[in-house]
Structures are given as C-alpha cells and as structure tokens.
Design a protein around this ligand. Structure first.
Ligand code: GDP
Length: 454
C-alpha cells in the first residue's frame, strides 16, 4: 500500500526553461531544516507559518542566488507536511544547482504528481479533487477551466459522499440482520431501502449522462467542416481562426502546431477532426472514400456543412439528406454570399441556411453564435455537477450495475447476505471515485500522469 512518506521531496514547481523567477518546492518533515542549512538570513526554524524571508542560498562559501523563502508549517500546507517554496531567479543553472545542493543535504527528487499524492494521502484532497488539480493545470478554455475548478472545490465528490453515507447506514442494518439470521428479523426496512436505491440510481444516472457534456467541455467539441472542394472550407476555417491566431502570435515563443485545428468560441473549445482528409474528399456522397469519410464524421459532435451558389440545388438537397441520417447537429452554411443571386436565395431558403462570405469576413460572428447554440452548452448551469473523467464514468457505471442487483434483490426472495454483498459492491465503486477505496495500481495510474513538481 502506498503510504505517506517520511522523507522530504523537492522539485521545480514552475515550468523548466529560463524565466523571471522560478519556484522550487520542498515537502516533508525536513523541508524547513534542510533549507535552513543552506539559507543565510533569519533562522527559518524559528519563523511562523505563512511568512516570507529574504536571504541567500549558499553552497559552502559560494552564493548561488538571492531568494525569497515562503514557509508553510505542517499541517497548514497543500501537502499537510512542512512545505518550503524558494523563489529564485529563473535560470536553469541556478535551479539545478539549488536542487542538487538540497539533495546533497537530504532531500529526494520528487516523482510525478508526488506533492498532490501526499496531499491526498494526508487527507488534504480527495481523489477526484486531486485529479481535478491535473485538469485545472491542463485547462485551455473557459469551459474546461470551469469544470476542473468546480471538481477541485469538491462539488462533485460531496454529492457522492453523502449518498455513500446513506447507503452505508443501510449496509450496517443489513449486516446486523446477518447476525440474527436464525430469528428472521428485518432491521433494514425494504421499502425505505428501495426508495434510497432509486434516489441514488437517479443521481448516478444524471452523473453518467453529464459525462457527454462534461467531456466536451474538458476536451473540446469534435467538429467537422464538410462540403465539396472549393466551396471555401479552408477560407472559413481561417476566418474563424483569425482572432485566435492574433492572440497566439502575440505571446512570444509560443508555437502550437495544431492551432489550425483548435479554436475557442464563447469559451468552448472546438477541435476540427482530420478536416484535411475530409476537405480533400471529392464528393461527400460519390467519392470512393465516402465510407471512411462518413466514419470520421460520425465522431463529430457538430458538422458545419458548407455549400456555395455554384452548386446545383439537387446535389445540395441530396447531401443534406445524407447528412441528416448521421443525426449529428449540423449547421448548413451558404458561403460566397457576395455571388448569390436573388433567385438562388429563394431556392436555398427552404434549407434555412446561414449566409456568409468567408473571404470577406461577413456573417462569421453569426455563424459562431449558431455553432454555440447547436452544441447546446450555453444551457449548462455553472453549478451543475459534471463528470469529465473516464475513470469516474466507469466507476459510476459499475455502481449502477450493482444497484440494479440490489433492486432485484429487494423485489425477489434473495437472502440478506446476497443483498449485503451487492450493496458492498456499490459502496466499493462509489468509494473508488473519491478515493475512500484505493489500490496502489489505481494511485500509480493517476499520479504518474501528473508532471513532476505538481
Ligand atoms: P475549399 O476547397 O473548400 O477549402 O475552398 P477554399 O477555401 O480553398 O476556397 C476556394 C475558393 O473560393 C478560393 O479561391 C477562395 O478565395 C474562394 N472563396 C472563399 N470564400 C469566398 C467568398 O466568400 N466569396 C467569394 N467570391 N469567394 C470565396
């Protein structure tokens, strides 16, 4: 079993590379004493928690840097252990020298996620909150930030903890029945139990259903711009990306190869899946690769179907019909509105399309609004509990299965010991989400995905 360690760990908490400042973090019983040995300034062992101290870090007589040391005395820290954060100048040479010096003085280089693992093991966070820390750091849009923050603050696990406690009460009553099995008594009122199980099933159901939206908010909406060659798909993607490009190129030194395929509208991230492949398909319906293209399109949660005034109406109708069979929200967009004749406009009206000119940047804002409406994310209340994590989803589904067995057990002549077993199973899976029940493999799996210093 993984338990809280008695050693002191150290890692760079800010990104590697040079910067104005860097923060090196230590956690463990010796965090303050190790720092004190190499710090010239006030005696850190005599300072109060949550104080900051200026001084120098010295390797023998050599000054490595002038630093600020922040003290967090156990248990008033992220990990609940003694924590020291050293703000240094952000040179990789200084950072490495200080970490090496600390290691020579008894600290150990931290493993990925080890600070957060300690926070979890010492009761500072539950498991789903710890996972939310990773999500929060990885968040790249207002929506993913919102769900991660909500989960880290415990909204998600609070609901589950309450349900689990109610179920534990029943489990103990049924256990009690087992002790009196010869006397055929029922301590656990079966009607009340059934009512509770139905309530829990409802909540679990709602959480399972929320995954689809939660996942989209966390990972982005997979979307496709489809249409015949030359209708203006690339031009449209560029027009949509324009604003974002400008922002990204303003940040010196940032390069993102995949920028073409990701864009944020109204705080929601959209990911354009393999649009290049789809763009090159000769004709959505007739081309050889139709099957494969359709397969790809099925992964989308949104299709922007682009036509232009040069296409014949029959063709468009046929393709719109084909698309509707995919049952994916689709926005029909007529591009090149600058070339549109009044006659064509009358003909196209029955499709109720959006008119834009990608080249002239006309109608793009309206299109963005329509895209947002189609994915229906604006209806999410920011207080809603959303499941975003596949591990949680799986545990919820298993809980649901166990609860169904309990329900069957209540309605059928099943003995208390079997009922107790099924309730225990449900409790186990619920506990897996918040970390009340853990295994080493599970913890390894979760925390190894963190980066070092988290
Ligand atoms: P794709 O093959 O669907 O990706 O089409 P492109 O984006 O490469 O555009 C094909 C041609 O249509 C290019 O010459 C564009 O300049 C032109 N085009 C795109 N949008 C408009 C528009 O709104 N009006 C006009 N007149 N031409 C456009």
């Amino acid at each position: 079993m993984i338990t809280a360690n008695s050693d002191t760990i150290i890692a760079l908490a800010t990104p590697t590379g040079s910067g104005a400042i860097a923060v090196i973090r230590l956690s463990g019983p010796e965090a303050i004493s190790i720092t004190n040995r190499v710090f010239k300034g006030k005696d850190l062992s005599k300072q109060a928690t949550h104080t900051i101290h200026f001084g120098t870090i010295r390797d023998g007589e050599t000054i490595l840097d002038e630093v600020l040391v922040s003290l967090f005395v156990a248990p008033q820290s992220y990990t609940k252990e003694n924590v020291v954060e050293i703000s240094t100048h952000g040179s990789m040479y200084i950072i490495e020298s200080i970490i090496k010096l600390m290691v020579r003085n008894g600290a150990r280089a931290a493993k990925p996620g080890e600070f957060t693992l300690r926070a979890f093991l010492n009761g500072g966070l539950d498991l789903s909150q710890a996972e939310a820390v990773a999500d929060l750091i990885a968040s790249n849009s207002a929506a993913s930030h919102q769900v991660a923050l909500q989960q880290m603050r415990g909204g998600f696990s609070n609901e589950l903890k309450q349900l689990r406690e109610q179920l534990i009460n029943f489990a103990s009553l049924i256990e009690l029945e087992l002790d009196f099995s010869e006397e055929d008594v029922e301590f656990a009122n079966r009607d009340q139990l059934k009512q509770l199980i139905l309530t829990i099933t409802n909540v679990i159901h709602k959480l399972i259903r929320s995954f689809e939206q939660g996942n989209v908010m966390k990972n982005g909406v997979p979307a496709v711009i489809a249409g015949k060659p030359n209708v203006g798909k690339s031009t449209l993607l560029n027009a949509l990306l324009n604003e974002e490009r400008a922002i990204v190129s303003d940040i010196a030194g940032t390069t993102r190869d995949t920028i073409e395929d990701e864009l944020t509208i109204g705080g929601v991230l959209f990911r354009f899946i393999d649009t290049a492949g789809i763009r090159q398909t000769e004709d959505l319906i007739e081309a050889k690769g139709v099957e494969r293209t359709l397969e790809k399109m099925k992964q989308a949660k949104l299709i922007i179907y682009l036509v232009d005034p040069l296409q014949n109406l029959q063709d468009i109708n046929k393709q719109v019909e084909e698309l509707s069979e995919l049952q994916i929200p689709t926005v029909i967009v007529v591009n090149k509105s600058d070339l549109l004749s009044p006659q064509q406009q009358i003909e196209l009206a029955m499709l109720d399309p959006l008119y834009i000119s990608a080249k002239n940047n006309l109608g793009i804002e309206e299109l963005k609004g329509e895209i947002l409406r189609k994915v229906n994310l604006h209806s999410i209340n920011t207080d809603d509990v959303l499941v975003t994590n596949v591990r949680h989803l799986e545990a919820l589904q298993r809980t649901q299965d166990s609860l169904e067995k309990v329900l069957y057990g209540i309605d059928n002549p099943v003995t208390s010991d079997f009922l107790a077993m099924d309730i225990k199973q449900a409790l186990y899976y619920l506990g897996e989400i918040t970390g009340t029940v853990t295994t080493d493999d599970l913890l390894d799996n979760i925390f190894s995905k963190f980066c070092i210093g988290k």
